[in-house]
Design a protein around this ligand. Structure first.
Ligand code: DQA
Length: 147
């Protein structure tokens, strides 16, 4: 069974209560449990982690290859727009990664339009709400099958 890790950045622990007009009403645990179920159907073992701390996210990314993951699904949240450290960690590990944003970052404030991780991503999904994670998982499944 292939292993995929879903990495969630700061404030995503507040999904369900946070700015519902942008992020919907599903909680992070609901999203993760749906992904685990979807993963089972696709033959993927889905792990997840959320942190509000940049260094912790870097540590998780760094260890993901040695922990046997074949791909990363990542929503770096606010760090998308600021973190050279997360960008460098993703580049250093070299695993295929897929960037997800719940909201359409291109239809919001100017500073959200720039992502420091997009150019290295194997795929990007934004604006589909929490369903974007499921779309990403389906994409990862196809990607692994074809590689
Ligand atoms: C987000 C978009 C970011 O700009 C924001 O800082 C987030 C969530 C999204 O999923 O739409 O926290 O990554």
């Amino acid at each position: 069974m292939h292993k995929v890790i879903v990495i969630q950045g700061p404030n995503l622990n507040l999904l369900g209560e946070r700015e519902q007009h942008h992020y919907g009403t599903a909680t992070l645990e609901q999203i993760h449990s749906a992904l685990r179920e979807e993963g089972k159907k696709l033959g993927l073992e889905v792990h997840d982690v959320q942190s509000n701390h940049e260094g912790e996210l870097v540590d998780v990314i760094q260890s993901s290859r040695n922990r046997g993951f074949q791909a990363i699904i990542i929503n770096p949240a606010a760090y998308t727009h600021t973190s050279v450290a997360i960008r460098d960690a993703l580049a250093a590990v070299g695993l295929p990664y897929f960037e997800v944003h719940i909201s359409n970052i291109h239809s919001r404030e100017e500073f959200r339009k720039k992502s420091l991780v997009s150019d290295g991503a194997s795929g990007i999904i934004a604006g589909f709400g929490p369903y974007g994670y499921t779309l990403a998982l389906m994409g990862v499944h196809r990607f692994i099958q074809n590689s």
